[in-house]
Ligand binder design. Sequence first.
Ligand code: ZN
Length: 489
Amino acid sequence: MAEIVENAETQAFVKDITRMSVDFDRWYTDVVRKAELADYTPVRGCMVIRPYGYALWEHIQRAFDDMIKATGHENWYFPLLIPEDLLVKEAEHVEGFTPEVAWVTEAGSHGRLDQRLAIRPTSETIIGTLIRRYIQSHRDLPQLTNQWCNVLRWEMRTRLFLRTAEFLWQEGHTFHATAEEARREVDLILDLYRRLAEEWLAMPVLPGLKSRAETFAGAVYTKSIEAMMLDGLALQAGTSHYFGQNFSRAYDIAFTNRENQREHCYSTSWGISTRLIGGLIMTHGDDTGLVLPPRVAPVQVVVVPIFRDGPARERVRAAIEGWRPEVEAAGVRLKVDWSEDRPGEKYNRWELKGVPLRIEVGPRDLEAGQVTIVDRLTRERRSLPMAGLGPRLRAELEDFQARLFRRALEFRDRHTYELATLAEVVDHFRRGTGFVWAPWCEDPACEIRVKEETGGVTIRNYDPDQPATGGCLVCGRPARRRVVLARSY
Ligand SMILES: [Zn+2]
């Protein structure tokens, strides 16, 4: 379980938030709703993302969009509706998605449609159908396509951000002339996902290959990044799939190669979604609410003015307006809270919203030519000189980002184990959670055994380049993989 940070001052305000140690799921939902990230709607399975949550998504989106554009990818937009005959061409893919697809069968005054239209659960089929028009020869390759959009997967057991019927994501779809190049693309994107998670979200992840049972429908193989949440459960935070020629054959996406022969393209697809916001909350939060990594925080520094009367208010205001331009010019996202609430209420509100740094400015600070800074992680109060506040705050935020990552990494390390037998694994997951490394022979039957005997623990992924030693945890035959096991969201 997570470390619980005590703070008597904030208890009055956060008494409405269930404590993390009491009920993790309720804590999570309380934080999402009370920090004003998202809420339920009258539409079952669909959430409303509120401005504070959407701003968070925009920062994540911008960071990743910059990364993929820097590596040659382009944004497109493809139709929301997919005709049934297009969807059903790749049998395995269709079978994987059929239980979740929502269909449009009627339209306004036209009545029943001749052909059902699927609301996209993912866009491999429509993109493959359209992209083939733009691919004739090897000179048209690679096509490095991405779209930012919503998708719908009928889902009744929903949780805000983690599992909703409709969600926002990006889906990349790329088409290549050789298998090697497509495989390199899968790895390139997986590494961009790792960097987004670790460098921007301060969320340590394990990149690796999925077992056959956990592979995306229609893919040759799937790679993922897996993060550990504060309840010890794994969250699959991004996936990158290699299709070989599976989709290109089904949709006849072909090109003329250098030998002047027709050949089917090699394709990939990859996605991250608003689920990452759920991951952020469960990686860094505490009993007081959110803790946000500065690099994606909508507000990085909140300023709380302290004054007793009009003249003091005016002096405080003048001081803040004095250094504010310099701080904003340094690229710091600043919010001054001039609301009517008492300072204590403001502290609580912004702690709940996870703002990394708080600055208090009162008459005494003005006399000393300084501000008081309070850190969301340590809650330490310190003084910083007003002179040069912009660069100082930048440095403070970078330090905060690094500490947040280290804390999450240490948490993961403390909850990671190495076990050798099924009996040990079953016993471990009867009592607790976390990541368990274990040797596996690669037989799907052994994987199923683990899942059955533990009541749902799965192989999250493994490093395909890492050799395994010893015998399989289930059957004892020579192990071929060292895999990480966990319960997951
Ligand atoms: Zn085995």
